[in-house]
Design a protein around this ligand. Sequence first.
Ligand code: TRP
Length: 74
Amino acid sequence: MTTSNDFFVIKALEDGVNVIGLTRGTDTRFHHSEKLDRNEVMIAQFTEHTSAVKVRGNAHIQTSHGDMINNEED
Ligand code: TRP
């Protein structure tokens, strides 16, 4: 089972933040795109289907590895 118990949290700091799930396995492709508006929070895990996540836009991202603010200026 490749689902980890860890959750990661993404809080949108602007409208239209995209959280894109990328597939696990030999083929790495987009399989899900979630659009968050300002102050919306998504709580998710890595699963047998999802091995990576791409976040586009200004957002606060929290994982077990740390905390970061994804900002246009950075
Ligand atoms: N059905 C997807 C899965 O089980 C849902 C999902 C889990 C997801 N984590 C995600 C989608 C992270 C986007 C980003 O893998």
